[in-house]
Design a protein around this ligand. Structure first.
Ligand code: OAD
Length: 251
């Protein structure tokens, strides 16, 4: 049974922010960051591969890991949660989608104007001169977890291409984080979906909304502790909870 205060909060909201993490893509078969890495990747720790130091030390190992992730994403399809988020945008007066995900499943579900806080797998750039290649990279046919792949050379300076994602220790894109903080300050409902909320500064976004008196809803099979007032949780998979919430609010 959905809380009637939550349904009212969604019905009455003038500006809804949806803030997503890896859990929103879990039902599409994309492992979340803090899942145990599968197959050959069991030996590696995601956090230690997602750094400039790791790339410098072993570019083929890191590039190979991102090529594997890219091929997994390429073969995946958006799920009911991605579709519900795209649908919700058309049901409320103002809507902002902010994601920590580097996949393109929100785009492929039909969402528009997506703010990618942690970059995008499909936007590689040169590790040395930042030049972005003109044409998209070919997608590997089959995922080969653990395969080392030499990064392609930059057409501009010959340096190695790197994934277009934010690595640990790097700053978030200024425009994206500014937009996300502004939306969190201005919204009256923030729905946080499938994020463990441990990676800052992104994890501050629901906190900011709550402190500035917005309602906040966490959708996560294992939600964290709640503040109490104006703070809601649906302890369920995103692909179940989001469509149910939208159906209840906009029958
Ligand atoms: P995490 O892997 O930390 O957390 C995923 C969350 O999704 C967990 O809290 C799960 O309980 C939840 N979850 C799992 N299945 C779900 C489902 N079906 N529906 C809803 N929730 C589900 O992923 P993020 O919070 O996105 O950063 O991680 C944040 C950042 O840490 C990532 O963007 C990445 C990583 O390091 C960078 O790459 C910079």
């Amino acid at each position: 049974m959905l809380d009637s205060a939550l349904i009212d909060a969604l019905r009455q909201a003038r500006h809804v922010v949806v803030f997503t993490g890896a859990g929103v893509s879990a039902e599409s078969g994309i492992p979340t960051f803090r899942d145990r890495l599968t197959g050959l990747w069991e030996r590696f720790d995601a956090a230690s591969l997602a750094t400039a130091e790791a790339f410098r030390a072993d570019p083929a190992l890191v590039w190979g890991w991102y090529e594997w992730r890219r091929s997994v994403v390429h073969r995946a399809q958006p799920n009911a949660a991605h579709r519900a988020i795209a649908e919700l945008a058309g049901k409320v007066p103002k809507f902002t989608l902010i994601t920590q995900n580097v996949d393109d499943l929100h785009e492929r579900a039909g969402s528009q104007n997506i703010t990618h806080l942690h970059g995008q797998l499909e936007r590689p750039r040169c590790f040395q001169c930042q030049h972005e290649p003109d044409s998209p990279l070919p997608v590997p046919d089959e995922p080969e977890a653990g395969r080392r792949v030499q990064p392609p050379a930059c057409a501009h300076c010959g340096g190695p291409l790197r994934p277009g994602v934010v690595w640990f220790g790097e700053s978030l894109p200024m425009e994206a984080i500014t937009h996300a903080f502004q939306a969190a300050e201005q919204c009256d409902l923030l729905i946080s979906v499938g994020t463990s909320g441990v990676v800052y500064p992104a994890a501050e976004i629901p906190e900011i909304a709550w402190r500035l008196r917005a309602n906040v809803l966490h959708i996560n099979p294992t939600p964290g502790p709640l503040h109490g007032e104006r703070d809601f949780a649906l302890a369920n998979a995103a692909g179940v909870a989001l469509p149910a919430l939208i159906d209840a609010a906009f029958p």
